[in-house]
Design a binder for this molecule. Sequence first.
Ligand SMILES: [Zn+2]
Length: 500
Amino acid sequence: MKQPNKKRKLSMDSKERLDQDGRLEQAEEEKKPKDGTTPLSHVPSAAAQGAWSWEWYLKEQKAVAAPVELFSKDQSFPEHENGFQIGMRLEGIDPRHPSVFCVLSVAEVCGYRLRLHFDGYLSCYDFWTNAGSPDIHPVGWCEKTKHELHIPKGYRKDKFVWMDYLKACKLQNAPKKLFRNRSPNGPMPKEFQVGMKLEAVDRKNPSLVCVATIADIVEDRLLVHFDNWDDSYDYWCDVNSPYVQPVGWCQENGRTLIAPQGYPDPENFSWTEYLEATQTNAVPAKVFKMRLPHGFLPNMKLEVVDKRNPRLIRVATIVDVDDQRVKVHFDGWDHKYDYWVEADSPDIHPIGWCDVTGHPLEVPQGTNDVKIPPGQAVCPTPGCRGIGHIRGPRYSGHHSAFGCPYSDMNLKKEATLHDRLKEQTQANLESDSSHSKSKNLCSLNFNGKHEKVNSQPRILGGAGAAGASPVSVHVHGVSPPFPGPSPRQGATLQAASRRG
Ligand SMILES: [Zn+2]
């Protein structure tokens, strides 16, 4: 585990902070970011007003900070500055489609974080990531590593050339030196190969362990794909992740293994037959190493990206833990906003992370109430300062429950954003199939024919779909194959009924 960074220093007096060389300097909370972004200072946070510090807060709450040793390299204090600038182009993974690499641009820079934009798409699909994320790569990386690049909407795949695109649009690529060299775990053991089978936890439904395939390997991470499910369930993980287990693990541990969707006799799934039918190999069991337990405990305090308003990082407390996850509570907020987050999520940080990286920290309400000028409309949600919008970065703020990411009406609509890739027209789909499973790793043929990969729309509602036509939901001509909220929940029920 990484030791605390030498730069780490908790602000004893939040008017003071460390500059890059470790010297103290006066806090310049209101200073403009160097890239010229619009600061969020229309409602200054309590932290910005110099009234709040972690030291004081921990004392007042009689609370403990989550030890910095529990945090991974991706979560802990960065070793380098964030050198990205607005407008720079790069390549990176679409968080909603982890097998898809896209043309991205830096839309906003804040501390050690970036808001990335999919070129050619609406800003409602923008997402935040850390500058040291292993999910982003310099221009040309896909070509070099033989990955398919999902090009900006409106371009033809066979005609897209990065350098022409940059030149024609007068764009700058993000210099290679800004991308950190990764592989903290050393190189991928050669026993792990693309196409091999394993058993893996469905991160969206962690009680399920399913038949899975290594769909890709990049540096020290592998892409887990669930056989015959669409790629929105895919995820990247380290080889020693507790999420991946060797073939036969479920049987040894008395767990139910979820067979591939459409498997003829799911209750009597046989790995031997399956490997033979698919002509694939299992990852050798001996190469799996179990990761130590994550070590987080209830009541520890930390700084967590608020998934409902991901430009914000809040003071948070762990209220529960399980093998792979922690349940976070945002201090000062109702418990209805609590949620589970993976212990290795890059969105959780040790206390002081915001201070060290120059990111605003949202402190608990009530510690320094913001004065609202009389007559100004304010968001009615308790605790909400009106920052952000349910429709994404197109609007920087809101004044009503309608736009509030925390209002009851919007909480019910969580994850209602349309699928970016299904926003395309049929014509685009035909000319660009990079979003569909072209690798044939999943559309396997255990009964001699290719099964249609389930591509259920993960949408419905439409509050988050600024400008997207509801018709676009069905561009595939496929109706949601399951009436319930999630096909995987259906699988849970099946598994449960089998157990019962
Ligand atoms: Zn609000």
